[in-house]
Design a protein around this ligand. Structure first.
Ligand code: UD1
Length: 345
């Protein structure tokens, strides 16, 4: 099998490439390398690396010309800085996906298409009210967060809610530019699938971490921020009260989910998660403990970022059912490795 991995020099794409090459696949990587300060040394020699922008129609047509399957990982990731980023996100993620799909259409590609999506398309997690069942709380107000009221209340009766696992049929509610472009990436890919009959799977990654994760930037997730702080001798700063729940899934597991998806014909969105939720404070504590006896302890600051989601926890059931995917790296083992794993500059 010959597979095109867009963004294959990146963090998650690189792990996908490692596993595909290990499985004996022929791999073409299309990557602009704009997020790299030095050429990636981790790519296996056997990989056919094409350094080009996804929005370059000729480069995309050449790279995808004779592949059997496409694994689309290239994207501008993270939360961004402010709305000044909007045109760059739309250009990289929406237009980049569109140029890829047009190239595939022009060669009448009906092979397997797997696209990287994110749990950010859900907006909020799933919550349950003791009186009203499953409810959708609105965004948390600055006044509530200032007062340390971090848990979103029931929108109907104001009662305390408990979190529940989000399933793929939850209504999408993208709340930032990145989330909107990820949902659009999925939608464009599904349109391609409907028009051509190509089986399309969108993998909704939860909080991915692991070796070669990019270091702390305005675009980085919390695992990288905490790990970079420790490397600099600083304590991880845990926002809110540290009780926010997430699902941290190891990049090697995410890569395996991609390989399983490439080998299946399931069409639709699938959560990719470890199934082992933890609070942000638990993650910070585990990482500090694994970093070594001299590591500073996490500091719970009570700060908040307006627009942050309180709890997002995936249901990993569909991934198990349709892809046969279950994460193999436990939280404890993954954090122990991540505490000393190399990060990308
Ligand atoms: C993150 C990603 C999102 C990605 C998703 C799934 C970012 C900014 N967000 O969403 O793009 O799709 O995972 O992989 O990359 N926090 C701290 N201290 C800090 C930074 C953050 O306590 O220094 C807290 C935040 O308040 C939040 C939690 O950690 O409660 C997670 O933050 P983060 O990883 O940035 O964003 P997610 O919403 O989980």
């Amino acid at each position: 099998m010959k597979v095109l991995v867009t963004g294959g020099a990146g963090f998650i794409g690189g792990h996908v490439v490692d596993q595909l090459v290990g499985d004996g696949a022929e791999v073409v990587v299309l990557d602009s390398l704009v997020a790299h300060s030095e050429p990636p040394s981790h790519l296996p020699d056997a990989v056919d690396l094409r350094v080009a922008d996804l929005r370059d129609p000729d480069a995309v047509a050449h790279a995808s010309g004779d592949v059997d399957a496409v694994c689309h990982q290239a994207a501008r990731v993270g939360l961004g800085v402010d709305l000044d980023d909007v045109a760059d996100y739309v250009s990289d993620n929406d237009l980049g996906t569109a140029v890829l799909l047009r190239a595939l259409w022009r060669r009448r590609f009906t092979g397997r298409l797997v696209v990287a999506s994110s749990m950010v398309v859900y907006g909020e997690g799933r919550y349950r009210c003791p009186a009203h069942g499953v409810v959708t709380p609105g965004p948390r107000s600055g006044a509530d967060l200032d007062a340390g009221r971090f848990e979103p209340p029931c929108p109907r009766c104001g009662a305390a809610l408990s979190w529940d696992r989000v399933t793929e049929d939850a209504a999408p509610d993208p709340r930032n530019v990145y989330a909107a472009t990820k949902l659009h990436t999925e939608q464009l890919a599904f349109v391609y699938g409907r028009e051509t009959g190509a089986p399309v799977c969108a993998l909704r990654y939860h909080n991915v971490y692991g070796p070669r994760m990019p270091r702390d930037t305005p675009y980085a997730g919390v695992a990288s921020i905490f790990r970079s702080a420790l490397a600099a001798g600083a304590a991880p700063r845990v926002f809110e009260d540290g009780g926010q729940v997430r699902d941290f899934v190891h990049a090697g597991d995410v890569a395996r989910a991609n390989v399983l998806a490439l080998g299946s014909a399931w069409t639709g969105p699938v959560n990719v998660a470890s199934g082992e939720p933890h609070t942000i404070l638990e993650m910070a504590t585990a990482l500090c403990a694994a970093f070594g006896p001299d590591a500073p302890a996490p500091v719970v600051t009570g700060e908040y970022r307006l627009g942050d989601v309180r709890h997002v926890v995936a249901s990993p059931e569909r991934a198990a059912e349709v892809l046969g995917f279950e994460a193999r790296t436990s939280f404890v083992a993954g954090m122990a490795e991540f505490a000393h794993a190399p990060l990308r500059r």
